[in-house]
Design a protein. Sequence first.
Length: 94
Amino acid sequence: MLRQLKKDFDGKGEVKGYHFKQIAKSRYGYIYLVTGGTEPRYEVFEHKVNARRSIVRYPNANAFGKWAFTEFDLPSAKKRLKTLSEKALLRKKK
């Protein structure tokens, strides 16, 4: 059984002191509101699965700019999620 991402959690390790709350989800990606820093931000990322551990992956720092992105307002985050979903659909059609 595939373990899904938590919808609401406090960061650990390199993200200790931050709070993460899922505010949108599609078949191909997620938007999380991140608070606890200087200003709230939105992390938008593709749905990725770690098959060996049978879990959905939350991006680490190295994923940003590749399959995960930071936006500073909700309309931009929603637009980014839509773009990620469209790209994922195109890859599946190939």
